[in-house]
Design a protein around this ligand. Structure first.
Ligand code: GLN
Length: 452
């Protein structure tokens, strides 16, 4: 049924970069055979799960929606993909994204844009636009996205589904193709909080192959979700961020309504501020491109990835440098090139002190704001995105406007804390609006309990 639904929606939504009926049915048949043999089945037995195309899968291409990796078939599975298979899930296909996860609208894909199922003239958000859109379209119940600066929460918000960015280190990055290694996390997208909890349970945990993986006990994420009592919980309402210019009235109203709902369930709402919020976007857009410029240096047309053809030996740079330059020029899209240039500049001798090192110091201040806030409250409540889904093409030629979509999401990545995007109704034109909850490190259970 999921394969048929994907086939029907793909021409309009384009949520997938790859679906192979045979491979998916073969995976389902393995689960069936196990069931028939009386074997013990995992918690996701037979459930179709879509996986963002930045996560390595040994039996499907892994492209990062880039021409650079168009023909790349990894020889191994990512840690999270292994865990999905061990829980007897059926990996149904790979989802479209902004190239190398750089973007907020899924318009930076080498394989065409993904459209928002609520209104196909609108973007689905990004970079995990395909992963959110395929759940919103009802084609699969669960998907995996990745979040470096909001890429799970922002598309989940714009597509009216639920998405969680775990604590940095909670979920393995092994086999996740790196964008900005100190910020990247894999996380679940689903319709409801209980489904998000179930998928988080499957993917969370220690992996010795990721040096930043946390070797700590995992909570039972599905526990306590039915409790509707928030007595004793203090929730900090991020009032200043909500009242900023450029924040849509529907987003403001949804946040206030959510505060009322939490209050009616027993929580105490206090107004709070993360004072360095103005510096989040500039800090992120120094650190993320710096790490990206380093991580993406491996795509040189020699080791692997797209390789320019017809390199003549008589070019004055010599065949190796020419291969390197032409392969990168042809293989990467404009936004990826922009990030590589910004990052290389920010890291270069004479500038690193002014930009990269400075950004690291501001990152500490931002983390400090979270520590102070979580000394006073248990959770933070605020917007996910300044506006609901905007029209396709509106911001694609204006990088600064696109970067400002990340105004409320990058803080959680810079501080390493978990955060969830929750559907919070529709605006006047019928587009989804969402709210965000953020919690101290490793308090995913608290996010899920309040979110449910
Ligand atoms: N929109 C942000 C960016 O372009 C976040 C992307 C992400 O989380 N992968 O970098």
């Amino acid at each position: 049924a999921a394969l048929d639904a994907i086939e029907a929606s793909q021409p309009t939504i384009n949520a997938f970069t790859h679906v192979d009926r045979e491979v998916a049915l073969a995976a389902a048949a393995v689960v069936d055979a196990k069931r028939a043999a009386g074997g013990k089945l995992g918690p996701l037995a037979g459930v179709p799960v879509a996986v963002k195309d930045v996560l390595c899968t040994h039996d499907m291409p892994t492209t990062c929606s880039s021409k650079m990796l168009k023909d790349f078939r990894p020889p191994y599975d990512a840690g999270v993909v292994e865990r999905l298979r061990n829980s007897d899930a059926v990996i149904i296909g790979k989802t479209n994204m902004d190239e190398f996860a750089m973007g907020a609208s899924t318009e930076n894909s080498a394989f065409g844009v993904t459209r928002n199922p609520w209104n196909t003239d609108r973007i689905p958000g990004g970079s995990s636009g395909g992963a959110a859109a395929c759940v919103a379209a009802g084609t699969v119940p669960l998907s995996l996205g990745t979040d470096t600066g909001g890429s799970i929460r922002q598309p989940a918000a714009m597509c009216g589904v639920t998405g969680l960015k775990p604590t940095y280190g909670r979920v393995s990055r092994y086999g996740l193709i790196a964008f900005a290694s100190s910020l990247d996390q894999v996380g679940p997208i689903a319709w409801s909080v209980p489904d998000v909890a179930l998928l988080l349970q499957t993917i969370a945990g220690f992996d010795r192959r990721d040096s930043t993986s946390l070797n700590l006990n995992i909570s039972r994420y599905s526990d306590g979700l039915e409790s509707a009592d928030l007595t004793g919980m203090r929730i900090g309402l991020l009032r200043e961020s909500m009242d900023r210019d450029g924040v849509d009235e529907s987003v403001r109203q949804a946040t206030l309504t959510a505060a009322d709902v939490f209050r009616s369930l027993g929580a105490e709402i206090v107004e709070i501020d993360l004072p360095h919020n103005d510096y989040w976007v500039p800090t992120y857009y120094v650190i993320a491109p710096s790490e990206a410029s380093s991580n993406l240096s491996r795509y040189d047309g020699a080791h692997y990835g797209h390789r320019a053809s017809d390199i003549s030996g008589d070019d004055e740079l010599g065949p190796l440098v020419t291969t390197y330059c032409r392969s990168r020029a042809e293989g990467f899209g404009d936004e990826v090139k922009r990030r590589i240039m910004v990052g290389t500049y920010a890291l270069s001798e004479g500038y690193a002190d002014q930009y990269y090192s400075q950004a690291l110091k501001v990152r500490r201040l931002i983390k400090g704001d979270y520590d102070t806030a979580f000394g006073q409250v248990d959770l933070l409540l605020g917007p996910v995105t300044p506006t609901p889904a905007f029209p396709l093409g509106e911001k694609v030629d204006d990088p600064i406007q696109m970067y400002l979509c990340d105004l409320f999401t990058v803080g959680a990545n810079l501080a390493g804390v978990p955060a969830i995007s929750l559907p919070a109704g529709l605006d006047a034109s019928g587009l989804p609006v969402a709210v965000q909850l953020q919690a101290p490190v490793l308090e995913e259970s608290r996010l899920l309990m309040a979110g449910a």
